[in-house]
Design a protein around this ligand. Structure first.
Ligand SMILES: C[S@@+](CC[C@H](N)C(=O)[O-])C[C@H]1O[C@@H](n2cnc3c(N)ncnc32)[C@H](O)[C@@H]1O
Length: 347
């Protein structure tokens, strides 16, 4: 049982847990992970880091406080300087490397003011229903907000690319279900197309299609081996030999998911394969990501209209309702997400 002091510490952690998010955000905005990563020894003194910042009146004491907090959070190491006894350098860690621009720094869009605005309204939605939390905060659903705010669309989609990189590294290392795909693979709701880009980079014989809402496809960068196709998955999906649905279905309620799956079914030939990459809430599958999975479920409650995390059993039921068969739960791929495969086998 936790001691009184442990409970007090947990209470404080709940009250000021945002110190971690915002401390890391400040470090990323200052590009501290990139500054350390670019340095030869991957470690620098306070003054050396300060000399690399772009400000007009750099404040050393606040910078030291931020760096010391990052040490406590194990993002940085504090190392005794070899040159000057008694002085310290700040060193990079694996976590710090993950926060560089070329890795996952943009994941921090999850802390953006607009993204987090819905969180303040979860209790009202629970009490009164009606407008979902994001809609209460911004007066519209998140996908409409993105359409009207190109800057936010860029921020959100770049953030999704960072999230994609985290998951796709593990998916491509662990899962071999793309091996047998021939012809066209359509990534439905593929954002800026980073995922399908990674797939065709590894499997160049696959023709990649990124299928997205018009304003997203319009803003997406060109990606080798990928064709951007504009449309609405609630209406139709272009002809495909195989389909990828990565962290898409969890954004929608069951009726919308069935509609999307039915459209996938129509787009596939007999024998066509559907690959779902999403969080699996099955207790046996939660592993080290258990509390994160529940946190993501709250992210969906705050951000979407009817979105929620599901178990692989629930995915199987929805797939069955949309006529899919030969459904296989492949399981966890070491990255928060799991894979469920299904096939269109007409009888
Ligand atoms: C959570 S993001 C997932 C993006 C990508 N699959 C990934 O894993 O990074 C959801 C995406 O679905 C797209 N989307 C939402 N509604 C859609 C619709 N009706 N038709 C096509 N795409 C849609 C959004 O534009 C957004 O890029």
């Amino acid at each position: 049982m936790a001691s009184h002091a442990q409970n007090l510490a947990a209470l404080w952690e709940m009250a000021i847990g945002h110190a971690t998010s915002f401390g890391i955000k400040a470090a990323v905005l200052l590009r501290i992970p990139d500054i350390l990563s670019d340095s030869l020894e991957k470690s620098m003194s306070l003054e050396e880091i300060a000399a690399r910042l772009q400000g007009t009146n750099i404040q050393l004491a606040p910078l030291r406080r931020l760096l010391d907090y990052l040490v406590v959070k194990k993002v940085l190491l504090k190392i005794q300087s070899l040159e000057v006894p008694g002085e310290f350098k700040y060193g990079s860690t694996e976590l710090c490397e993950m926060l560089t621009e070329s890795k996952f720094a943009r994941l921090l869009m999850l802390q953006d003011e607009v993204v987090t605005s819905g969180w303040h309204h979860i209790h009202e939605f629970i009490l009164h229903g009606g407008e979902v939390p994001f809609q209460r905060a911004q007066g519209m659903f998140i996908w409409d907000y993105m359409e009207k705010n190109p800057e936010f669309l860029g921020l959100f989609s770049q953030g999704m690319v960072a999230i994609s990189n985290v998951t796709m590294d593990s998916v491509l290392q662990t899962y071999h279900g793309f091996d047998e795909i021939r012809g066209v693979l359509v990534d439905v709701g593929g954002g800026f197309g980073a995922d399908i880009g990674r797939v065709v980079e590894k499997y160049p014989h696959i023709a990649g299609v990124n299928y997205e809402l018009p304003h997203v496809a319009h803003a997406a960068p060109a990606i080798p081996g990928v064709r951007h196709v504009r449309g609405d998955m609630m209406e139709n999906i272009p002809p495909a030999d195989a389909i990828l649905l990565k962290t898409i279905l969890h954004d929608f309620d069951d009726d919308e998911v069935i509609l999307v799956l039915q459209n996938c079914y129509k787009a596939l030939p007999h024998g066509g394969k559907l690959i779902i990459v999403d969080i699996d809430m099955d207790p046996a599958e939660r592993g080290p990501f258990e509390s994160l999975k529940f946190a993501f479920d709250l992210v969906l409650l705050a951000l979407t209209k009817g979105g929620k995390e599901r178990t692989s059993v629930q995915f199987t039921e929805l797939l069955t309702q949309a006529q899919f068969n030969n459904i296989k739960t492949i399981g966890d791929v070491n990255c928060l997400c799991s894979i469920v495969e299904a096939h269109k086998l007409e009888t």
